[in-house]
Ligand binder design. Structure first.
Ligand SMILES: Cc1cc2nc3c(=O)[nH]c(=O)nc-3n(C[C@H](O)[C@H](O)[C@H](O)COP(=O)(O)OP(=O)(O)OC[C@H]3O[C@@H](n4cnc5c(N)ncnc54)[C@H](O)[C@@H]3O)c2cc1C
Length: 378
């Protein structure tokens, strides 16, 4: 039986970034059920790096990840992981006070964030109808597009270079703890042993927790739909920021010569290979056509993925309080790529018993805010 210090379940962004950080210190294997890595949510994102999105902890971890993505170590990638995009969160007249408050709140962590009046909003995003932006907008000039394939590939390549093994077509079926090690039974009949199991199974994290006898953290996978459509001829796409409405009921952004859009749906779903529903695309088209001068005559591509949240929408990172050698790295929600680099680093540090990295602590993140036991302990 092959033996490892760490067996990571899942080769999405969470699993490969944890492997990248663990492999230099410990023998590591990544077990992935599918025939390719990043088949599920990681391969289906909108690829925006926004430091104003999510809870205070998510935003802090996103800032820490941004430092890695902007200046990755030599050899990680041969082209930029982030490219400038900018993001505008626009609202109606009755939302102006809330927009101004949110902009001031975000600016404490990201000083370049500011509120724009309706005129400035329309100058930056002329596709909006004036009535949709009467409350102005929160402008995040440093929001960036991420190259998700390059980020995921860089972590995987780096993990392998440090000795980690990736095993595809390897669904974890059963977990048994014997003599201080996990015996991990795979679908093909083989069993692998590991001292610590890292649960980076995305939408399936509570299922994998159940195999180990751990209490569920209450993860709810929620389907989100995305699609692309052609841009009207003559539009200078490259300069347009991502546009989001303050109610988060739709967004769109340029994506290599076309637009990527979403109704920002959050439909609870069992863990599965999520597929888009026509009705969700129709809702997005209606909302975008109501708020902008864009017309969507034809959908080019469409897809859906599961964004999996726990109740407080923070990450779940740390050892299970009751099950020995069982480590959680779950709850990436809608932020798994933008938090990926720092989440993998802090997970590795906690898993190796070194506590939270000090730069992440100085951004205001605590172990308690991420702890798996926070849902069951007072
Ligand atoms: C439409 C959409 C837009 C998004 N936009 C953004 C964005 O702009 N920015 C951002 O940061 N995030 C975004 N996200 C969220 C982001 O994609 C996720 O947070 C992230 O991909 C989650 O990564 P993961 O590794 O946790 O999960 P996954 O990528 O789903 O990986 C989990 C893996 O575990 C494997 N697995 C599960 N059970 C087992 C088992 N028993 N044995 C072996 N393997 C198993 C699965 O096969 C899967 O490959 C978006 C998501 C969607 C759907």
């Amino acid at each position: 039986m092959q033996e490892f210090d760490f067996a990571i379940v899942g080769a999405g962004i969470a699993g490969v970034s944890a492997a990248y950080h663990l492999a230099p210190s410990a023998s590591t294997i990544v077990l992935e059920r599918e025939h390719v890595a990043a088949y599920h949510t990681t391969g289906r994102s909108a690829a925006l790096h926004s430091e104003t999105y999510g809870s205070a902890e998510i935003r802090a971890i996103t800032v820490a990840s941004g430092r890695f993505y902007r200046q990755p170590p030599p050899g990680f990638t041969d082209h930029p992981l982030l490219t400038p995009r900018g993001a505008l969160i626009a609202g109606r007249a009755d939302q102006e006070t809330e927009l101004k408050q949110a902009a001031a709140d975000y600016a404490r962590l990201v000083p370049s964030v500011r509120w724009l009046d309706p005129g400035e909003t329309l100058r930056l995003q002329p596709l909006f109808k004036p009535e949709a932006v009467q409350g102005g907008a929160i402008f995040e000039p440093e929001a960036d597009d991420m190259d998700v394939a390059a980020i995921h590939g860089g972590f995987l390549r780096g993990a392998r270079a440090a000795g980690a093994v990736l095993r595809l077509n390897s669904e974890v079926m059963l977990l048994a703890r014997k003599d201080g090690r996990w015996h991990i039974a795979l679908r093909d009949g083989e069993t692998i042993a590991a001292t610590t199991l890292v649960n980076a199974a995305g939408a399936w994290a509570d299922v994998v927790g159940g195999l180990a006898g751990a209490r569920a953290v209450g993860l709810v996978p929620k389907r989100r739909t995305a699609f692309t459509f052609e841009s009207p001829p003559g539009l200078e796409l490259a300069r347009l920021p991502m546009a989001i409405d303050f109610d988060e009921s739709f967004y769109f952004k340029p994506e290599v010569g076309q637009f990527l859009a979403s109704p920002a749906d959050e439909t609870p779903s069992p863990p599965c290979d999520a597929q888009p529903e026509e009705i969700d695309i129709a809702i997005a088209v209606e909302r975008i056509e109501a708020a902008t001068t864009l017309r969507v005559p034809r959908i080019k591509n469409k897809w859906a993925g599961l964004r999996s949240f726990v109740a407080d929408k923070n990450l779940v990172v740390g050892y299970d309080p009751a099950v020995e050698g069982f480590f959680w790295l779950a709850g990436q929600g809608g932020y798994g790529i933008q938090t990926g680099a720092a989440a993998g680093r802090l997970a590795s540090s906690l898993a190796l018993g070194k506590g939270l990295p000090s730069d992440i602590v100085s951004l205001g993140v605590t172990e308690r805010a991420l702890a798996p036991g926070r849902f069951t302990q007072g």
